[in-house]
Ligand binder design. Structure first.
Ligand SMILES: *[C@@H]1O[C@H](CO)[C@@H](O)[C@H](O)[C@H]1NC(C)=O
Ligand SMILES: *[C@@H]1O[C@H](CO)[C@@H](O)[C@H](O)[C@H]1NC(C)=O
Ligand SMILES: *[C@@H]1O[C@H](CO)[C@@H](O)[C@H](O)[C@H]1NC(C)=O
Length: 277
């Protein structure tokens, strides 16, 4: 349904050691799609414009931009098959946990509350609201949560209401085919939640259904503490998801299409630091 407007195979040249030319082909948009509203960073109301533009763009991503569907997949539900491994140590938890075969629901209803770009270093900051996010997957866990010793493996869900995500994105600008692109180098999130519900099946390797039920009840009664225990795992899951999405988006779409007057990276950083691949 969504038509590709101007995806081209273009070449970028890299001067390596000042002598060797390396030519690489990368697919990206060379014409601005109509669903992207451009904003000007050196004009007033930039943040207001970019917030509106980002929301419109995300709506399009949710509906399905073919090139992103191909590289990233659908937004809602969204699959994250990679294994997550995290050792979390805090007052409320000492756990080693793996989440796999994750299915993430809720990004289809995302509200962009604010979208900013820093004028000095072109880092991005977004405030995103999800009425609900739900993670379904398989877990493997060893450790303690809220002083409950755990050793189990099975199905898990974590459902979060009123999730506010503050996203900080580090970028480095680079040139490709006469356009300026964002290289996304780091994504960090801060999560703020309204309410959390959870269920972990097979908590004690199935030894006692009764204890499993009462433990899940205990986690739900103490959901704030449960969330604090799981925060590193959930934050990392959201960070990895956004990193993947932003990288694929900004590999495909020049930064100029979003920020029309973004400076040329050669001028911003000085020519000698530029390596374009
Ligand atoms: C999680 O996966 C890692 C890497 O495969 C493994 O070393 C670790 O023991 C696993 N943790 C649990 C709790 O199964
Ligand atoms: C960019 O600058 C802002 C404020 O000047 C700062 O808070 C932020 O950490 C900087 N980001 C990077 C990636 O250096
Ligand atoms: C983007 O940044 C990463 C890490 O800093 C670097 O390895 C990579 O070459 C950069 N990509 C481009 C296209 O500049």
């Amino acid at each position: 349904m969504m038509r590709l407007i101007g995806l081209a195979w273009a070449t970028a040249v890299c001067w390596l050691l000042g002598a060797v030319d390396i030519v690489e082909s990368v697919a990206y948009f060379t014409e601005k799609p109509s669903y992207i509203e451009s904003c000007r960073i050196y004009e007033p109301e930039f943040t207001k414009c970019l917030t509106r533009s980002t929301q419109k763009f995300m709506n399009e991503v949710i509906n399905g931009i073919p090139e992103l569907l191909e590289s990233f997949g659908p937004m809602d539900p969204m699959r994250q098959d990679q294994l997550t491994f995290k050792q979390a140590n805090s007052d409320v938890a000492t756990i080693s946990a793996n989440l796999t075969e994750l299915l993430i629901r809720g990004f289809g209803n995302m509200v962009i509350k604010e979208s900013k770009v820093n004028k000095n270093n072109f880092s991005l900051q977004d405030k995103i609201y999800l009425p609900q996010m739900r993670l379904d997957g398989k877990y493997k866990m060893v450790g303690h949560i809220l002083r409950v010793p755990l050793r189990g493996a099975g199905k898990i869900y974590i459902e979060i209401d009123d999730l506010n995500i503050l996203v900080n994105v580090k970028t480095r600008l680079y040139e490709k085919g006469g356009f300026t692109f964002y290289n996304v180098t780091d994504v960090r999130v801060q999560l703020d939640v309204g309410k959390v519900r959870t269920n972990l099946e097979n908590l004690f390797n199935g030894r006692s259904k009764e204890v499993e039920r009462s433990t899940n009840q205990f986690f739900n009664d103490n959901w704030r503490d449960f969330f604090e225990a799981m925060r590193p795992l959930i934050s990392e899951t959201v960070e990895r998801t956004l990193m993947d999405l932003l990288k694929k988006t900004f590999d495909l779409i020049p930064a100029n299409f979003f920020v029309e007057d973004i400076p040329n990276s050669l001028e911003l950083y000085g020519r000698k630091t530029q390596m374009i691949t």
